[in-house]
Design a protein around this ligand. Sequence first.
Ligand SMILES: Nc1ncnc2c1ncn2[C@@H]1O[C@H](COP(=O)(O)OP(=O)(O)O)[C@@H](O)[C@H]1O
Ligand SMILES: [Mg+2]
Length: 284
Amino acid sequence: MGDTVMGGGKKPGEVFLTGKDLCREFGTGKNKTVAVNKVNFAFRRGEIISIVGESGSGKTTLAKMVLGLLSPTAGEIIFEGKKRDISSQSKRRLYWQNIQAIFQDPFSTYNIFNKVDEVLMDCIRLQNGRLQGGGALSKKEKFERMKDACRFVNLKFEELSNKYPFELSGGQMQRLMIARIFMLKPKLLIADEPTSMIDACSRATILDMLLKLRDEVDMTIVFITHDIGLAYYISDTVYIMEHGVIVEQGTADEAILHPKSDYTKRLLGDVPKIYEPWDFTKAG
Ligand SMILES: Nc1ncnc2c1ncn2[C@@H]1O[C@H](COP(=O)(O)OP(=O)(O)O)[C@@H](O)[C@H]1O
Ligand SMILES: [Mg+2]
């Protein structure tokens, strides 16, 4: 179902990022929290993956380890067949050309004194650094790229270029973040509850844009959410997380229509009946 709902998107490709027994603890002694406990995953190219769990289940901690913003206390991450090495600033920068994130609060990610055109110009700089010997773009070409990225997310570059982030709405700001991702074209995008702070109307738009990114740029997207219905709607693969542990994983169909764990069943129990019509397999 996960596949058919997507409207015939491309089939996911080979595995390029895996986590092996990843753990992350915070604190010591009786203040110790095991935020992530022996988590294993395998992400494929062009795949949409959801990580679903209630608040405090360890989703953001896992995302930050994948991003290289937090180091695991045990376990390892294999990127493109090799143990990930982000031990120096230059290695980290190289890794971040491949893996980018959009967070819940788009305003927290960005320097609020950077105007919209500077945010986008930064992406061109990052991108150009990547194109060895590709030569400098003309001013006109740079503007074309920025306009193109704005068009992708239905923003008008001319109206926004001179504004500061705090002059934008939450939905506009999140779309700007997607425009950034469109320009940077990382192999993996981690979207950590990207729609939880914006209104319902913008929410649907943001989701559509993420799906469009996957289809047009062939990106792998890890979508983090507490909404299991939403996860079912957008994903190929679903991981369900409870207290730092993956308690269920599989295709959207396997994990959500035929759950094995009691935790998944309980999460589904909280979802309005609106999702039931998707379940053609149950009839009879
Ligand atoms: N920097 C930190 N220091 C101490 N505890 C933390 C820290 N970050 C997260 N935690 C704890 O780890 C657990 C998982 O948190 P988090 O990964 O943010 O969950 P989620 O994103 O699913 O809401 C929670 O119990 C949280 O309090
Ligand atoms: Mg979180």
